[in-house]
Write a protein that binds this ligand. Sequence first.
Ligand code: ADP
Length: 485
Amino acid sequence: EISETGVVDQVTKDLFIGGKWVAASGGRTFAVHDPSTGRGLCEVADASPADGKAALEAAVAAQRGFAAMPPRERGEILRRAYEILLARNEELALLMTLEMGKPLAEARGEVAYAAEFFRWFAEEAVRIDGGYAVAPNGNGRFLITKQPVGPTLLITPWNFPMAMGGRKLGPAIAAGCTVVIKPAEQTPLSMLALAGVLAEAGLPDGVLNVITTSDAGAVMEPLIRDGRARKLSFTGSTAVGRKLLEQCAEKVLRTSMELGGNAPFLVFDDADLDAAVDGAMQAKMRNIGEACTAANRFYVQRGVYDEFARRLTERMAAQKMGRGTEDGVVVGPLIDDDAVRKVRELVADAVERGARVLTGGSEVDGPGHFYPATVLVDVPRDARMSDEEIFGPVAPISVFDTEDEAVEAANDTEYGLVSYLFTNDVKRALRVSERLEAGMIGLNQGIVSNPAAPFGGIKQSGLGREGGTVGIEEFLETKYIAVSL
Ligand code: ADP
């Protein structure tokens, strides 16, 4: 029988360094909260900069040995992690819901999604390729091989606390890189549980080091500036990503940056409206809207504008709000009070500038950090939410007339992660897909995330791709050996 206190008690709340669970120096800890009640769940180790350094030392010490491990063995560790995650899905999902708030059904989906990254990269570990070529002048030969970049620093966010771990750890381990990983302070438990799974799967000591801390900046900056870690992979806000890129510049670390988004969602007159509304619900409400891929702006062509808004409102108004552990809940709590305050401010700003509320938009009494599913229409360009990530269950809709107007509005942002597009005209579908400035396009589809596909953004949404066949390349260097004959 799985109980809430049971799953929290099961997690080891220490730092994981060199294959051992150790307390933070001075025995310091910080509290983890349940966002649906605001109450404390437990305390976890609060790493100091010295603890961070110890984790880096362990990763550096393990690098040579791990790079020499046969790829098949690295793959089999990942494969075992995949199987253990599936076997423990139920308890891990409950743990995630408790610290993050998402509905249990979505947490189950995320554990499976995290597991899929381990399966995918288990298969990629044995497919790292090389080359042999004749030099153009015919006299020499080129040997081309791939090697792990070396020890890596990974930083993950709170919104997908286990999947973002899987998405970075899978390729790092497959490539033969050792790791220091730091989860978000709001959601350390999912990562600590994941570390336990990987240790059980047979990962050698020192390959994975987990540091939880309440002071990310103070602990990570010295590790980035140290220079022995050769790569930083970060998922989080553009503001923090920009700062980390500067820190990485000093020792020229390689970087992968998955940053913010401001996804447009275009619906043309010729779209299948049922599919568009289903896609809108997925793109908006997955993870309570707390996703960098969340549809942040809906642009709907005039012929279907009223009908789309009516149908979306009907669906949004029917979504059950509550604790993620309750049956049928879709609108769980937001991560904290600041998140609710931001959503409230953005809605008030849009309404002040002329938007109309079709459902939601009101305060929620009681404990926990809740905001109701909300639909706004006639949202003007100058509303703050046209430029800022809402990160909550709010769907702002605006009208357009021509295809050019829609594409211009969609691209009018510093971000370029994902764009959604609903049309049944194949020529328009391809024409608009090519013009949209985004790393990913959801074409008649409200979800783009898939471990087997290259996830990532352009413009200020980031650098590099995670997943797919390119995912492992982010953790590999190309070496070329010039051979004289
Ligand atoms: P969000 O707004 O989603 O919380 P952040 O970018 O603040 O996004 O956080 C994403 C991750 O980056 C978290 O693990 C957080 O602890 C970490 N982080 C935040 N600030 C820094 C920093 N200055 N240096 C390193 N990591 C940081």
